[in-house]
Design a protein around this ligand. Structure first.
Ligand code: P53
Length: 476
């Protein structure tokens, strides 16, 4: 017996902006992903002021899933997917974000998409906000620094919960809400929260304020889901990169603990509906005056999530330094290379054991069902003379991670709902905007410059994953 429960949700994961394309079709509005150019490893994506002529915006056309989804879902079904995680592009439903009425053409698109999944016995698993909020909410309201965003988000959530309640059971509110712990760079604040910082602005309290409004919005959405239909399950979504101490020096250990506090407090609020005291004390020490009302605190308590969805790609390491006596964590400065693990071509540390550790960490802290909603290996794939990508490295990555995940379930007793590897079909990288950083089990013929036939083909990993699912995780 493999230890994975009956009905274990094997599948794959994507996000609307990274594969759909059709950026102006069906009345869709411009999202934050539509104003980001292509970058590369070490070259950040440029966030432009609106859509400018002559720039390369890879998300505009992506892999044209908007028109090709039927064929793609057919391929997922062939692999045996039990579920498919994608997001609803907020801008298809509310093109500007602040309208009172939704856009019917957008709603119809997702009706058709979910029907197509269900026809093949594939359960949709849906993220509400995955790096694709309406750009209008950035220019008119300053993104999530504005309390008004709570109402706009909750309206969006209620519309889609109501519309799809009989087609979609599993939901998540904000994708990788904790990426913005890395607030010194521009990418995470913008993709998470539509934040653009002024020159010289103190970024940290702005991030905490935006995150607070999101957590309140998330809680209100959870509450609304329960009122609409008791059967809906709503989770949070956390980017889990466990942070190890570089050594067993006591201060390195404390540094790692503080780093975990500063990156994962979001989960405490989602799960327990209260702020951890260490964070409130930190706000006080730093003199941050945040707009957190009694009403907000009551809302947080009423909207605790049903499960914890998380991504896992890599682990981090940190150490104490003399210039940081308080052992404060600053993600842009505090991370060090771990000499015990290898790295991908994009510098992501490959650590399958870290997945078992992460599963146990979440389970020990929260005792809520867990769902691995992203995991995978971004690599440069080359088609062989027969047209097939021999991606043994991806099989090795996934198989070693699934094997650790199995230990967490069978030996450690963690309650795991499912596993949906990221980018099950090649798509646009979020971090770099490249096509070249591929995760798929299905190859898509398109390059960084946008050339290619968009034809789909099965990689070696396709048949491998089909066997994994077919054997419920026995054959790795
Ligand atoms: P890309 C950073 C760290 C961990 C996960 O990432 C991250 C990021 C942001 O880049 O993002 C998630 O495409 C995210 C997906 C994304 C995937 O990981 O940069 O939820 O949208 O595509 C992989 O290689």
């Amino acid at each position: 017996m493999s230890g994975f429960k009956d009905g274990f949700l094997w599948g794959g994961a994507v996000a609307a902006h990274q594969l759909e394309g059709g950026w102006k079709e069906g009345g869709k509005g411009i999202s934050v992903a539509d104003v980001m150019t292509a970058g590369a490893h070490g070259v950040p994506r440029e966030i432009t002021d609106g859509v400018l002529p002559g720039k390369n915006y890879p998300n505009h056309d992506a892999i044209d899933f908007y028109h090709r989804y039927k064929g793609d879902i057919q391929l997922f079904a062939e692999m045996g997917f039990k579920c498919f995680r994608t997001s609803i592009a907020w801008t298809r439903i509310f093109p500007l974000g602040d309208e009172l009425e939704p856009n019917e053409a957008g709603l119809q698109f997702y009706d058709d998409l979910f029907d197509e999944c269900l026809k093949h016995g594939i359960e949709p698993v849906i993220t509400l906000s995955h790096f694709e909020m309406p750009y209008h909410l950035v220019t008119e309201y300053g993104g999530w620094r504005n309390r008004k965003l709570i109402d706009f988000f909750v309206r969006f959530a209620k519309v889609v919960f109501t519309r799809y309640q009989h087609k979609v059971k599993y939901w998540m509110t904000f994708n990788e809400i904790n990426n913005q712990a890395n607030f010194h760079e521009d990418f995470a604040p913008f993709t998470n929260s539509g934040l653009k910082y002024q020159q010289g602005e103190d970024r940290e309290p702005v991030m905490f304020q935006a995150a607070h409004y999101e957590l309140v919005a998330s809680a209100l959405a959870v509450k609304a889901a329960r009122e609409i239909n008791r059967d809906l399950l709503v989770g949070c979504m956390i980017a889990m990169c466990p942070i190890y101490p570089l050594s067993c020096a006591p201060n390195d250990m404390m540094m790692a603990m503080n780093a975990m506090h500063r990156r994962y407090w979001f989960t405490d609020v989602h799960v327990r509906g209260t702020y951890p005291k260490h964070l409130l004390n930190y706000f006080e020490r730093r003199g941050f005056e945040l707009d957190i009302t009694e009403e907000d605190l009551a809302a947080l308590k009423q909207g605790c999530v049903d499960y914890i969805g998380f991504s896992y790609y890599m682990s981090f390491a940190t150490k104490a330094t003399d210039d940081n006596p308080q052992l404060d964590y600053d993600e842009s400065k505090s991370l060090v290379s771990n000499p015990h693990v290898k790295k991908s071509d994009w510098g992501w540390q490959i650590d399958p054991v870290g997945l078992r550790y992460s599963l146990n960490w979440f389970w020990d802290h929260y005792q809520l069902p867990l769902f691995i909603v992203e995991n995978g290996f971004g690599a440069i794939d080359v088609q062989g003379s027969d047209g097939v990508v021999d991606d043994q490295y991806r099989i090795d990555y996934m198989s070693s991670h699934i094997s650790e995940m199995k230990k967490a379930v069978v030996e450690d007793g963690v309650d795991l709902m499912g596993y949906t590897p990221w980018g099950c079909i090649d798509l646009v990288s979020a971090g770099t905007g490249e096509m070249k950083k591929r995760y798929g089990l299905i190859y898509v013929d398109k390059d960084n410059e946008g050339n290619g036939t968009l034809e789909r083909s099965r990689k070696k990993s396709f048949a491998w994953y089909q066997e994994v699912i077919g054997s419920n995780g026995e054959k790795l």
